[in-house]
Design a protein around this ligand. Structure first.
Ligand code: FAD
Length: 597
């Protein structure tokens, strides 16, 4: 089975020309960061992931994680050792603040590293991913004492974090959760209840597991306004801060899943043995949901990235297979000889659909990460607010479109393989199975679409989206100046943008009066918005490639020509498809409401 090679050159192109790494590095928080150090770290990271983590992807799928009779969980062969090497190399710490042992690098860089990690092995990547979410929550909202107690070990990855939201009756509707937290005289809380689907809720890769648990105090108001967030360590810490007594949280079972089999998805029971697990309140009571929102952009972006990473790995496999597999004779090929399937126009269509969609998605995801960096570290309030708005708009695109594409493109990779794609030994089916969860967790894609239409479009009474559309339109002058070369890209972007604008105007005008109509059109709107954003990224790619071609060394010409070609394919062939979504966006809720299921 083909392994994975990090697409460092493509990543560098996107970092430089789409996400403006130079602009991010120029922020005062990143004074120590220069492009060369970013790229040399990425190279080293790629070597580590390719050599140590990617080869475990298959074994992880075959063996899965296993719960033992004593409630412990054993991860697949090689996982614990690879994780230790990951911790020793300091990979988990790169983007966290130096005061807790991190490297203080931009989020943009972390996202590029996460792309490589997740392509190498998505099930493995879930452990650092959940830890990252927990660290983010503590950084923003925990007391100084809690930060000092937990963060240094979590930043290195010696301890891993989990996010405990879901309960059987509380999935998308987090406000329905019932886990209880009862305050004690010593200031701690006793947590009782059951959480389901907790990724890496129990495992054998770290010394301690720091669960962040959403629960209700006895006096909490109903719904999301009554949710508090608690730190519940698997092992309580002794006087020296080392893992000591076992807390009352246990893994009662793990799920048998369609994909990411190596990632243990646990049912966790709190308080089985007595009065409850010991928990420590983060921030204030009843503010848990607000806290979750502040870290949502990062977490959703990382999940969107899973779609990108799996598509990239599946694409590499499909391209490799198509070069080798001989079948049929392509028009013009010598008589009597079979051609490699990569010669057939339809196979090339599938591969270029994958390649150009991956490039567009990488641009969106990296741009989103750069916006988060500017939102956190911009030099003025105005810059920070503008960047936060951009990140807010792009997050449902990265998460929703990214994960939908993850499923579509990994499926296309199977199609390139033909029957062998459906056979497990080739390994390509694993990526499709692994990808299928991403549109579901971290807010289903239906919820992402509702977020875009219900929360993001009304930002600044429609001002944020108006500015965003104007930003895309502003590229038109540059495209016009490029002349015939980019004429088709210019026309197609303008026409898709005009459809997005009319759909947006319709939603803004009707959404308040008829929220059901707006919600009925939310998912096709998210797709239209996303693909137009992808078209914008690809138009910028074409412009950047054109600039780079002037004076490029002969050895580099093919790379930039391919970038331009891929951008043209996206804008001419994929972008126009979404114009047809406008009727679905503006159709109203009439037929959905009337349907008798
Ligand atoms: C492998 C895996 C790992 C996970 N890891 C974690 C974890 O680490 N921590 C954690 O807390 N949780 C985790 N989850 C849980 C995950 O976040 C939830 O499954 C997800 O939020 C959806 O909730 P649900 O399964 O209850 O589906 P439901 O909420 O029941 O949704 C079912 C369908 O109804 C739709 N729907 C629901 N409400 C609405 C609405 N208001 N409007 C429109 N449509 C709606 C949804 O879009 C979906 O299509 C994980 C789940 C899995 C499978």
């Amino acid at each position: 089975m083909a392994e994975y090679t990090a697409p460092l050159r493509d990543m560098r192109f996107t970092l430089e020309h789409i996400a403006d790494l130079a602009g991010v590095s120029a922020l005062s928080a990143f004074a120590h960061v220069d492009a060369d150090s970013v790229f040399s770290i990425l190279e080293e990271n790629a070597r580590f992931m390719e050599d140590l983590v990617a080869p475990l992807n298959r074994v992880g799928d075959l063996q899965g994680s296993v719960r033992n009779d004593d409630g412990t969980v054993t991860t697949p062969e090689g996982f614990a050792d690879a994780y230790k090497a990951y911790v020793d190399a300091g990979w988990g710490a790169v983007s966290f603040p130096p005061e807790y042992g991190g490297g203080g690098f931009p989020w943009l860089m972390s996202i590029a590293m996460q792309e490589i990690l997740t392509s190498a092995n998505m099930a493995f990547s879930m452990c650092p991913l959940l830890n990252q979410g927990a660290i983010d929550m503590l950084l923003h909202h925990a007391s100084e004492e809690h930060r000092e107690t937990y963060l240094p070990k979590m930043v290195t990855g010696e301890w891993t974090g989990t996010m405990n939201l879901t309960e059987p009756q509380a999935g998308s509707d987090v406000g329905a959760l019932a886990t209880r937290a009862v305050p004690q005289d010593d200031g701690t809380y006793r947590i009782t209840g059951t959480k389901i689907f907790i990724s890496y809720g129990e495992h054998d890769m770290s010394e301690n597991i720091i669960h962040l648990v959403l629960a209700r105090t006895p006096s909490a108001p109903p719904g999301t306004k009554g949710i508090s967030c608690f730190i519940v360590p698997k092992y309580l810490l002794d006087a020296d801060g080392h893992p000591g007594e076992r807390n009352d949280v246990s893994c009662v079972s793990i799920e048998h899943k369609m994909g990411i089999k190596a990632s243990p998805t646990c049912v966790l029971s709190y308080g089985d043995a007595g009065a409850g697990a010991v928990g420590f309140l983060i921030g204030e009571e009843n503010a848990g949901m607000r806290y979750m929102f502040t870290m949502m952009n990062n977490a959703r972006l990382s999940v969107g990235l899973e779609g990108l990473s799996l598509s990239e790995r599946a694409f590499q496999m499909a391209r490799g297979y198509a070069r080798e597999r001989k079948q049929g004779r392509a028009p013009g090929a010598p008589a009597g000889e079979q051609s490699a399937i990569i010669e057939h126009p339809d196979v090339r269509r599938m591969l270029l659909t994958m390649q150009s969609s991956i490039e567009a998605l990488r641009g969106v995801v990296y741009l989103n990460a750069a916006a988060i960096d500017h939102a956190n570290h911009g030099s003025s309030d105005v810059d920070r607010e503008a960047a936060a708005e951009l990140a807010d708009l792009l997050t449902p695109v990265s998460k929703g479109w990214g994960t939908d594409l993850g499923v579509e493109l990994t499926s296309l990779a199977i199609q390139v393989y033909g029957g062998m794609g459906y056979i497990e030994e080739t390994g390509v089916a694993q990526h499709f199975r692994d990808a299928r969860i991403a549109p579901i967790y971290e807010g289903t894609n239906g919820i992402q679409a509702m977020d875009l239409v219900g929360r993001k479009l009304p930002m600044r009474a429609g001002g944020a989206i108006t500015d965003y559309l104007a930003r895309i339109e502003a590229l038109d002058d540059e495209l016009a100046a490029a002349g015939d070369d980019l004429a088709s890209i210019r026309t197609n972007l303008a026409s898709a943008l005009s459809s997005l604008r009319s759909a947006t105007d319709w939603l803004l005008a009707n959404g308040m009066a008829n929220p059901l109509d707006a919600l009925a059109g939310a998912t096709p709107y998210l797709r239209l918005f996303s693909v137009v954003t992808g078209g914008w990224v690809m138009a910028r790619q074409a412009l950047a490639a054109r600039r780079a071609l002037t004076g490029a060394a002969p050895a580099d010409m093919a790379f930039y020509e391919d970038k331009a070609g891929s951008a043209r394919f996206f804008c001419e062939q994929l972008l126009p498809q979404v114009i047809g979504l406008v009727p679905a966006i503006t159709a109203t809720n009439r037929d959905l409401a009337a349907a008798r299921f």
